[in-house]
Design a protein around this ligand. Sequence first.
Ligand code: NAP
Length: 288
Amino acid sequence: MNSLKRIYGLIGYPVKHSLSAAMHNAAFKELKIRGEIDYDAEYKLFEVKPENLDNFLNSLEEKNIYGLNVTIPHKEKVFNFVEFDENSSYLEQVKAINTIVKKENVWMGYNTDIPGFSRHLKENIDPLNKKVAILGAGGAGRAVSYAVSHLKAKEISIYDTDKNKVKNIIEMIKKIFGDFNIKSADSVEQLNILDKDILINATPVGMKDADVCLVSEKMLHKDLFVYDLIYNPKETKLLALAKKVGAKSSNGLKMLLYQGMLSFEIWAGKKAPKEVMWQALSSQISTK
Ligand code: NAP
């Protein structure tokens, strides 16, 4: 048994507001109490400036780091640092990873946002043959676009202020899924949400009190399902508007749980303790 504490964590810049430490530390503690692991482990937040990333990645062994979550702005660089196993080779096209682990001396990359999001979306609505509108074409937008295409949605319309990012997603989806019906919208209005079954917000707009709502009431309808990836605040202006028009909706807290459970299982090789992780997350949100 290695007596040194195993270190896991999140690298990003900034990372101060992450809820992941509470969730993963609760999970490691629970498995130690149950006797399912025989080592101590701690999940830490690593705020690493872009100019210090190379040094950080070269010092993982000396820091006793066994696995990491990766967030903005390091996803791209870390993507080039890892290899993919045969079940994750699609990530070479998706180019979005959020979890790394060392296996037989090689750092391997995974994306647990995709299955985490897919699981929670399907608990609410099966996207099979549904028309989907997506706001945001960053890392989360790429993951969500891949997920709903893989789950055989009928069509996707996607809007982002950065047209290039949308173009890249469309290229990625066509490369992986062939002639999939995915198109770019030049504005939120052009998403034509009234004609859609599912609306997904994958932008950070809604996290701050001062943020506007990207859609107006007249764009929504009661048969729409609205999924906002934001989990803090629990109810964004978008979710409040969805409620007002009678549409079903969800925030992203369960997605955070499910992606966290999958990352934990990749690192620990054990089943993640769902309830313990959910309690840790929920208590963080309610005290904020
Ligand atoms: P990101 O890479 O920064 O992407 C966000 C995208 O939204 C960017 O392309 C940005 O464009 C675009 N955008 C910003 N303001 C916009 C606006 N007014 N209209 C249209 N597009 C706009 O961030 P991310 O990693 O994808 O994360 C997005 C959100 O998802 C965050 O709130 C994050 O917390 C959340 N998230 C949640 C989970 C979960 O587990 N629930 C997982 C992953 C992400 P510019 O670059 O031009 O600003």
